[in-house]
Ligand binder design. Structure first.
Ligand code: KG4
Ligand code: ZN
Length: 352
């Protein structure tokens, strides 16, 4: 079965062709194209929604054409989907920026009307989990159930328990800012640019992780929930207090912030692992590209729960792309939705 998937929920315009044979525990990438808008949004220090929608409109058809490997002279007309072996269309319907999502859903609706291909709606957060079901050369074991997943992105921080495909139990989430949002805000405070996560992380490598004692959100509360707003405010206070910061001073703040943010993620992950029987653990979302988190989580699981298999996708599958949307669709019940029924959702909780 082959799926053409597209993703436009935020500031990446992406399309991918994914393949799964019936009983395979994996899904395979045939082609994948991501057009990032990061450069366009840099000057605003974050995603500018109106600019994002307009750019998706400019990019979506060329990106799909490239994912379908169409020769240039065929790119002006409706692609021959049967020649490409496509059986389904899949699209992110939420959560995300409505204007951005609409470009994806309307494009897929038009393709659905024109070709009669069935359409599978996909939750973006499911995509971050299903990144770990994409076959890569370096991974030998596919995830299995029951599993626990930590999804850490620009808009979400969640611990999700799954007993089967697309069966979601939310066991913890952020009460205020998302982890990625905290990285982006600290990057702004330190004058580092956008997207902030990778820049803070890069700078943190040169700093002292114990230079500042920043708070670990909800450290003493008996919950699997997260909170990052206190940490962000504590960083703001230190930056204001310091005045003009040296490069080393900035690096120390970045390193101490990163440590506190990751400690919070590990603390609540640890608690969640104790609360349910777990065989596999999946890390997903943009912040999963963070090397310090990847290393610390691997160490935590190796020490505390050695029987649990950890799955961490390669970095390019942690940040937004369409492969993961196709992967989530491939493991769904394949019940299509009529083009006229496609809706978009700014908020879209994971439901079974
Ligand atoms: O999943 P994603 O690409 O988009 C959303 O669904 O939100 O996540 C983007 C977030 C941004 O906040 C970005 O700063 C963060 O992921 N991020 C990182 C790293 N790479 C991306 N945060 C920390 N360390 C990184 N290496
Ligand atoms: Zn995402």
């Amino acid at each position: 079965m082959r799926i053409l998937a597209i993703e436009t929920s935020c500031d990446e315009t992406a399309a991918a062709v994914m393949e799964r044979t019936d009983t395979s525990p994996w899904v395979k990438t045939i082609t994948s194209v991501v057009a990032s808008q990061a450069k366009l949004h840099e000057k605003y220090g974050g995603v500018y929604p109106e600019v994002a929608s307009r750019e998706h409109i400019r990019k979506i058809l060329p990106v799909i054409a490239e994912a379908l490997d169409l020769p240039l002279h065929e790119r002006g007309r409706l692609p021959n989907f049967s020649a490409a072996g496509i059986d389904y269309l899949a699209v992110t319907v939420g959560p995300g920026l409505i204007g951005s999502l609409l470009v994806g859903t309307q494009t897929i609706a038009s393709l659905g009307y024109a070709t009669g291909l069935p359409i599978l709606p996909v939750n973006h957060l499911a995509g971050h989990i299903y990144a770990s079901f994409i076959a890569t050369e370096s991974v030998l074991t596919a995830p299995d159930f029951p599993l626990l997943s930590l999804v850490v992105s620009g808009g979400h921080t969640m611990l999700i328990y799954m007993k089967g495909h697309h069966q979601y139990e939310l066991i913890g989430q952020t009460r205020d800012d998302a982890a990625g949002e905290a990285f982006d805000k600290v990057a702004k405070l330190l004058g580092l640019g956008y997207p902030g996560g990778p820049l803070v992380s890069q700078l943190a490598r040169k700093g002292n992780r114990h230079a500042y004692k920043f708070p670990i959100g909800l450290e003493h509360e008996d919950t699997c929930d997260f909170s990052f707003s206190g940490l962000k405010t504590a960083v703001l206070r230190e930056v204001q207090k310091a005045g003009a910061l040296s490069e080393q001073g900035k690096a120390d703040i970045a390193a101490s912030f990163e440590r506190a943010a990751i400690e919070a993620l590990l603390l609540k992950t640890s608690r969640a692992l104790q609360s349910r029987p777990v065989r596999h653990f999946i890390l997903g979302g943009g912040v999963a590209a963070n090397n310090y988190l990847r290393e610390r989580l691997a160490t935590l699981l190796a020490h505390k729960t050695p029987a649990v298999t950890l799955h961490v996708p390669p970095s390019h599958l942690c940040t937004d792309n369409a492969e993961v949307i196709g992967a989530a669709a491939a493991f769904s019940n394949l019940v299509p939705i009529a083009p006229s029924e496609l809706k978009t959702y700014a908020r879209y909780p994971l439901t079974s």
